[in-house]
Design a protein around this ligand. Structure first.
Ligand SMILES: CC(C)(COP(=O)(O)OP(=O)(O)OC[C@H]1O[C@@H](n2cnc3c(N)ncnc32)[C@H](O)[C@@H]1OP(=O)(O)O)[C@@H](O)C(=O)NCCC(=O)NCCS
Length: 194
């Protein structure tokens, strides 16, 4: 278990991914229940996963982090800021919690708030975009808890693994919309720490 900490919340830590994480990431990305709402559908070999992890950090426009439990440092997911445009100060987020027993328990929301703290406070981005399948109710819900608002959708853009098509929903959170939520988050965390 890695003891590296990049950002720490009450229950979740964000840290860089490491070589030792590769078997866990590969397990997640080959699990159809985990990938049903992701665009990646092909199987992932050990070599491909190794290359993916080796390449993290080479691009200055993509930042990918592992999400671990604060209590025991178990890796449960990964999350990133992608296609960072330094001129327009925008990025696209992507998230996967691969350990399914941790879905719907608030870990994604906390991790996203920590990632947005980095995006908005440290990098001074203006806004962050998320693209979500209309059938992914959990992802739509957690994004809105972090301040994302639906700004449109691309009809029938996605062909799901069950063969049915669905809309791709576009959600955006701006630094301005996120700030009051971050203040609430900090207040709640300080109360919990007392
Ligand atoms: C999407 C994901 C990152 C969300 O993280 P999470 O930790 O599960 O989300 P949270 O528990 O923080 O928040 C989920 C919210 O959705 C609600 N929810 C759960 N299932 C839902 C559903 N089917 N429809 C609508 N809302 C739902 C929860 O009740 C919760 O809201 P609440 O706290 O107000 O009750 C995570 O579930 C995941 O990685 N899923 C698989 C991969 C994926 O879909 N990635 C996103 C691609 S865009």
């Amino acid at each position: 278990m890695s003891d590296v900490i990049f950002r720490k919340g009450n229950r979740v830590i964000l840290r860089p991914l490491e070589r030792g994480d590769i078997p866990i990431l590969r397990r997640w990305m080959n699990d159809p229940e985990v990938t049903q709402h992701l665009l990646r559908v092909l199987p992932i070999t050990e070599k491909e996963e190794e290359e993916w992890v080796e390449n993290i950090g080479k691009s200055k426009n993509d930042i990918t982090l592992g999400m671990t439990l604060a209590e025991d440092k178990k890796l449960i997911g990964s999350m990133g800021l992608h296609q960072i445009n330094w001129q327009h100060r925008t990025a696209v987020t992507g998230t996967v919690i691969g350990e399914k027993e941790y879905w719907g328990k608030g870990y994604g929301t906390e991790a996203k708030m920590l990632l947005l703290d980095f995006a908005f406070n440290a990098l001074d981005l203006h806004a962050v975009l998320s693209k979500v399948m209309e059938t992914n109710g959990r992802s739509l819900a957690y994004g809105k808890k972090c301040g994302y608002e639906e700004v449109g959708c691309i009809p029938k853009w996605i062909r799901q693994q069950n063969g049915e098509r669905c809309d791709e929903v576009l959600l955006i959170v701006t630094q301005e919309k996120w700030r009051p939520l971050w203040q609430e988050y900090l207040k709640k965390n300080m109360q919990n720490a007392q």
